[in-house]
Write a protein that binds this ligand. Structure first.
Ligand code: PLP
Length: 480
């Protein structure tokens, strides 16, 4: 991470003083959050450290402006500067990903997926129905016509990757709205290898005939052949939507190219902007020209007023990601995941799919006799921040789980390389080998409580501090 000018120190220090004059506890929590982030090994695969330029862009008066609508077509007056911001963010996104169209308004990844789903429904179901009825929009329909169309919109099929295979809850998981608004089925991974089985996916798609085929993942440690998935979608007449929320940084940084780059293959691509892409918290939708007009109706279809300050920060982050340094960063993220995986395998650990070729590693902690929840808690005691995650066919379900998901984007931003990630594998192994499952109050085996051997947490924290001190977070930023 490049050195932060002193200017940042004085700007943040004064900002915190101002905040403290209104609500000192928020200023204190903000200071503490920086201290905690600086002092922990952050391995949450979906987190990163945005640059001071990105962070500061979010803290301006753009936050105060309402701008429902699209560039040049707003439902509020005085949006000329928001138009500039949204135009620049969309331009950068199109250039960065080589997309025909970019929509930068979604507030989050979930919002981006909702925009994508309703855009696909609008394009594939609503527009043809309106044309058949000779109507311009849904307000022109009689109540009876609208009721028929509304039922058709709610009678469509979606096929997505299951949660325990690494998919996201917005990919048709029943408790999520995506699983309720569509008839949904899920595809998984090969039970032997843990790898995506394209033949099984094709067979399921042929049988189910989805309108929407969703690819992409939150916890699958491998690359996907999107050209192959597009062939499957075309064969069954599905729209291919790829959710690249997790690996957008690897796409932007040209680590995933050709068949592994979703943008040339999918009809619609969604993403978050805050994970490997290292921008502000938010979402985007990329689309082909064909789908652009319906995606452009994200507001009012799904969204209200865009977060103009966050769109501005997206523009800054995309501009950063277009610099050559971001390609170096993205390659290092992938190389570091390899180093982490090799570090674990060399110490006898079990990894889902036997390794990784993206930014994340899924460690099966059942070989240490632990649940994911026990492992996550013991690691946190030692200053290692991870999250528990299901593994395919997980006997412990989605709450306790049998896995720990680890990602390299954040620590790579701090400057960690091969040796540091090998050391991280060593420290994590030390914690897990020294943790025993606890018992319930009734004396039975517990899936939550654990006993970490005395002295291990302190030893790991000392060793982490040495690594972290060599790679400070926001170097040069000193709060007064
Ligand atoms: N899609 C995928 C693949 C994700 O991993 C996530 C977040 O974890 C999301 C969507 C949702 O993003 P957000 O938390 O910004 O709504």
């Amino acid at each position: 991470m490049s050195s932060t000018p002193d200017l940042t120190s004085s700007v943040y220090s004064q900002a915190l003083e101002l905040i403290a004059s209104v609500e000192p506890r928020i200023a204190e929590a903000t200071r503490q959050e920086l201290a905690d982030q600086r002092a922990s090994l952050k391995l949450i695969a979906s987190e990163n450290y945005a640059s001071p330029a990105v962070l500061m862009t979010m803290g301006t008066w753009f936050s105060d402006k309402y701008a429902e609508g699209t560039v040049g077509h707003r439902f509020y007056a005085g949006c000329q500067n928001v138009d500039t911001v949204e135009t620049l963010a969309a331009e950068h996104a199109r250039e960065l990903f080589g997309a025909e169209y970019a929509y930068v308004q979604p507030h989050s990844g979930i919002d981006a997926n909702l925009v994508a789903f309703w855009s696909i429904l609008a394009h594939r179901v609503e527009s043809p129905a309106l044309a058949e009825l000779g109507a311009r929009n849904v307000n022109d329909l009689t109540d009876e016509q609208w009721e028929t169309l509304r039922r058709r919109l709610g009678d469509q099929r979606l096929l997505g990757m299951s949660l325990d295979a690494g998919g996201h809850l917005t990919h048709g998981f029943r408790p999520n709205i995506s699983g309720k608004m569509f008839h949904q089925q899920q595809y998984g991974t090969d039970p032997e290898t843990g790898l995506l089985d394209y033949d099984a996916l094709a067979a399921k798609a042929r049988e189910f005939k989805p309108l929407v085929l969703v690819a992409g993942y939150s916890a699958y440690p491998r690359r996907v052949d999107f050209a192959k998935v597009r062939e499957i979608a075309d064969e069954v007449g599905a729209t291919l939507m790829v959710d690249m929320a997790h690996f957008a940084g690897l796409v932007a940084g040209k680590v995933f190219t050709g068949d592994e780059d979703p943008v040339p293959h999918a009809h619609v691509v969604t993403s978050t902007t805050h994970k490997s892409l290292r921008g502000p918290r938010g979402g985007i939708v990329l689309a082909t020209e064909e789908y652009a007009p319906s995606v452009d109706r994200g507001c009012p279809m799904v969204l209200g007023g865009p977060l103009s300050h966050v769109m501005a920060a997206k523009a800054v982050a995309f501009a950063e990601a277009r610099q050559p340094a971001f390609r170096t960063y993205a390659q290092q993220v992938a190389d570091n995941a390899q180093s982490l995986a090799e570090g674990f395998l060399g110490r006898g650990a079990t990894l889902v799919t036997g390794g990784t070729d993206n930014h994340l590693v899924l460690l099966d902690v059942s070989s240490y006799g632990l649940t994911g929840r026990q492992a996550e808690s013991a690691l946190l005691d030692a200053g290692v921040v991870t999250n528990r995650n299901s593994v395919p066919g997980d006997p412990n379900g989605a709450w306790y789980t049998s896995g720990i998901r680890l990602g390299t984007p954040a620590l790579t931003t701090r400057g960690f390389g091969h040796d540091e990630f090998d050391a991280v594998a060593e420290l994590i192994t030390m914690v897990l080998e020294n943790t025993q499952p606890g018992t319930t109050k009734a004396g039975g085996p517990s899936k939550a409580s654990y006993v970490l051997a005395d002295g291990v947490a302190a030893k790991v924290k000392d060793a982490s501090a040495e690594l972290l001190d060599k790679h400070p977070l926001y170097p040069g930023l000193e709060l007064s």
